[in-house]
Structure formats: structure tokens, C-alpha cells
Design a protein around this ligand. Structure first.
Ligand code: BEZ
Ligand code: FE
Length: 274
């Protein structure tokens, strides 16, 4: 006798129960939730076998495009808004503390250290330099001296140094410390709008769905100090035409400032570590 067709609800319950013996409560919670959402996704969309295989092929291509120097899964997470959502869910900053945004794939630890006022552009750059300055403060408004500012941005050609084979060493990145008054200052070339890598499956997804692959001009900052919560964020140029449709959904109003031909100013506020 044929066994009766089981309902999708009973099927889901059976899969969820398969985790009952797990001894890691958090892993189990995450897997149960993931399975529940995946099952709903399949039933809600009435997913065909061909569509499911296309999805598996897409994820396989995403894995194949990932190398030591390129993380296509992070790009996928970024472009689906998941990276920014993880930031939002984990954001415990008090009102007034600097808002975080996506980390992006182009941070390098151990960038060169510079003294106050120095330039992160290579010597002899032919592009105009601007001055970026401001202060780092606590959420009580006190200046934070000796805070570490790690800075990175695109070069005038729209590429990060790590993407440009012609660059030896590093360019447009550096580490600064605030002075006794909590202030920082450095020189650089103006950041330009930037196209995320489009030669992999994520680029294909953006093309097929008619989405923009551009990010508005920004400078990345990671600001830290012992006893305070590190903030990873960007400062965006308010003149960028891409502010309204950032490919990775990272723009926050509080991070958008005026960039003039002279430069831009931005103050960071760090929350006490609790
Ligand atoms: C960036 O800001 O450099 C970036 C962020 C997410 C994906 C790709 C690039
Ligand atoms: Fe960037």
C-alpha cells in the first residue's frame, strides 16, 4: 500500500525534529530557523526543480568565483542587503554614536602609519588633494586622544589598490592617531563613485535584475580606542548621484557630508564598551 502523501507542515516538523539531539543550542536555533524559512520560500514561490537547480548552479558559481583575493559570497550578502542587516541587528550604539555601515572587501590590516596631516595618496599624485579632518569624541562629548583611525578608499581611477595590478605596495590607505585634542587630519584625493566587481555571478544577478552596480563616493574608516566600541563605517560625499541606489544599501543620512574642493569634515562618536 502506498504511504499517504505527507503535508509540507508535517515534512517541516520532521526535518526540525532531526535536530533534537543537537547539544549546541545556538547552532540548533539558527539551523531550525534557516530550514523553516527555506521551506517557506520553496512553498510560497512554488519553486520548480529547474529553478532550484539554477539556484544551486548560482551558488556553485559564487563559490568558484571566490579566491584568496575575492569573496563573492560576501558580495552576494552585501548586494542582497544581508551584510547591512547584520550591522543593524548588532548595532547597540546609543543615540548620537556614529552609525556603522558595511565593512566591504578591501580592508587590509597593517596599512602604513602616517603622522597628522600627511597624505594617503602616493607622492607625486597628479590629482588634486583635499583635506579630511574632524574629531573623535566619547558619547559624553569628551575628546578622545590617541584614538586609532584606519582609513581606506578608492584611487582616482575608481579602483582600490588591491584591485589594480599596476600598483606596487599600497595606495590610498593608512593609519592615523588623534592628537591630545581628539582631532585628526589627513590629505587624500577625492573619493569617486565606485563600481563593485561585476565579472562574477553577483554581477550577472545585478544585470538580470536591472540593478545598479555602483556605490556612492565614500571613505572607509575603522575607529578604535581601548575601552570603547570600535566603529566600522564610511563617510559619503553628498554630491554623489549614486546616494539613492547604493548597490549594497550602506548609505545612512548621518554619514553623508559635504565634500568641497578643499575637503570634508566628520566627527566620530564612540560608545563606551559595556
Ligand atoms: C566597498 O565599499 O568598497 C564595497 C562594499 C561592499 C562591496 C564591494 C565594495
Ligand atoms: Fe568602499
Amino acid at each position: 500500500m502506498m504511504s499517504p502523501i505527507i503535508s509540507s507542515d508535517r515534512h517541516l516538523a520532521e526535518v526540525l525534529a532531526s535536530f533534537d539531539q543537537s547539544t549546541n543550542a545556538r547552532t540548533t536555533e539558527i539551523l531550525r530557523s534557516l530550514v523553516t524559512h527555506l521551506h517557506s520560500f520553496v512553498t510560497e514561490t512554488g519553486l520548480t526543480r529547474e529553478e532550484w537547480m539554477a539556484g544551486i548552479d548560482f551558488l556553485t558559481a559564487t563559490g568558484r568565483a571566490t579566491t584568496e583575493h575575492r569573496q563573492e559570497f560576501i558580495l552576494l550578502s552585501d548586494t542582497l542587503g544581508v551584510s547591512m542587516l547584520v550591522e543593524m541587528v548588532n548595532q547597540h550604539a546609543s543615540d548620537g554614536a556614529t552609525e556603522p555601515t558595511v565593512f566591504g572587501p578591501f580592508y587590509l590590516p597593517n596599512a602604513p602609519r602616517f603622522a597628522m596631516g600627511q597624505s594617503i595618496a602616493p607622492e607625486g599624485t597628479t590629482s588634486e588633494e583635499i583635506v579630511i579632518s574632524g574629531a573623535v569624541r566619547t558619547s559624553n562629548g569628551e575628546p578622545l586622544s590617541n584614538a586609532l583611525l584606519e582609513v581606506w578608499q578608492v584611487m582616482p581611477n575608481g579602483l582600490y589598490d588591491v584591485q589594480d595590478q599596476s600598483i606596487e605596495g599600497v595606495s590610498h590607505r593608512g593609519i592615523f592617531r588623534t592628537g591630545d585634542d581628539g582631532r585628526y587630519e589627513f590629505r587624500t584625493t577625492a573619493p569617486v563613485d565606485y563600481q563593485i566587481p561585476t565579472d562574477g555571478p553577483v554581477g550577472e544577478m545585478l544585470r538580470v535584475t536591472g540593478r545598479s552596480s555602483w556605490r556612492p563616493a565614500h571613505i572607509h574608516f575603522m575607529v578604535s580606542h581601548p575601552g570603547f566600541r570600535t566603529v566600522i563605517t564610511h563617510v559619503f560625499d553628498e554630491n554623489s548621484p549614486c546616494l539613492e541606489n547604493d548597490a549594497v544599501f550602506g548609505v545612512r543620512d548621518s554619514l553623508v557630508v559635504e565634500f568641497t574642493t578643499v575637503g570634508a569634515s566628520f566627527d566620530f562618536v564612540l560608545d563606551f564598551d559595556s
